[in-house]
Design a protein around this ligand. Structure first.
Ligand code: GUN
Length: 291
């Protein structure tokens, strides 16, 4: 079994981005600028957003963090989005999810200018992605495609089983793996929380992409030999021995699959860092498309 090393690959991608930014600086040009809207005090969201800001610093991007109170109204939040839509200094921005319960997430995402939607969550981007048109691909699926292609994992004609149908990972991933171009051209099965006998499908898979958020869900007896496993799970589980009091667990029961899988993404150090790198890549793309 070998690792699809997302940490190593993300560093290479960030280095490539940094070199492009250095060139822009040399040419006296404006540097790419990413903004993030964070609503409320969700601990995981705060961590993710501060990582994204740190990543911007690393590659030489400008960044802006817009922190808003948990009690902000829908109207006020959309007004903040409009400001970013109209701000020519900002190339792309994200609204960190989840949002507080009183906010209509769909309406918020719809308010983002698709040209600045570097998360690729706007229906216009999602639709274009599904139709093979130029679009922003959500960072996690985009990162998984990069992992598969840079490790030259064969995908044409293979059977991929995607576990989970979220708008951020499972749904776009299932569409992307079915597209004709590499890495894709797969036979795709999408299973989810209502699927019966999931193991009947995973046992037939050449590639399993699991984005369920249930630690140890995928076990050795559910897969065939030589399978490629992409583990998108990032569940916080209590661990008194860990410095923060918790550790990050993937969806895969690692010990039971290690002798069967040919390739696997580690958790942490697999998909997570790739997601972060691809948000930077999308911001650079937005900069190039809009300037
Ligand atoms: N919450 C969890 N993942 C993401 C992401 O990729 N983008 C945003 N905006 N929110 C998230």
């Amino acid at each position: 079994m070998q690792f699809l090393d997302g940490l190593k690959l993300s560093k290479e991608i960030k280095e490539e981005i940094k070199q492009e930014v250095d060139l822009l600086i040399e040419q006296g040009k404006k540097t790419p600028h990413l903004a993030a809207i964070l609503v409320g005090q969700n601990g995981a969201s705060q961590t993710y957003v501060s990582s994204k800001i740190k990543d911007c610093e690393q590659v030489g991007f400008q960044s802006t963090l817009v922190e808003l109170d948990e009690t902000i109204s829908q109207k006020e939040l959309i007004a903040e989005i409009q400001k970013l839509n109209e701000n020519d200094e900002i190339d792309g921005f994200i609204v960190q999810l989840p949002l507080p319960k009183h906010i209509d997430q769909e309406e918020v995402i719809n308010a983002i200018d698709p040209k600045k939607d570097v998360d690729g969550f706007h229906p216009a981007n999602f639709g274009k992605m599904a139709l093979d048109m130029e679009a922003f691909i959500p960072a996690t699926p985009f990162g998984i495609l990069q992992l598969l292609s840079r490790y030259q994992i064969p995908t044409k004609g293979k059977h991929v089983v995607v576990i989970g149908r979220s708008r951020i990972v499972g749904k776009p991933m299932s569409i992307l793996m079915g597209r004709k171009d590499y890495p894709g051209d797969c036979t795709v099965t999408l299973v989810h929380s209502s699927s019966e006998n999931i193991e009947n499908f995973t046992k037939q898979a050449d590639i399993v992409i699991t984005a369920l958020g249930v630690p140890n869900f995928l076990k050795g007896e559910m897969i065939k030999d030589e399978v490629v496993i992409v583990d998108v799970g990032i569940t916080r589980v209590e661990d008194a021995t860990a410095t923060k009091g918790y550790r990050i667990a993937g969806d895969v029961d690692f010990d039971s699959v290690r002798d069967k899988a040919s390739w696997i993404t580690p958790v942490p150090g697999g998909v997570g860092p790739m997601t972060r790198a691809m948000l930077l890549q999308n911001t650079l793309l937005a900069y190039k498309r809009n300037s």
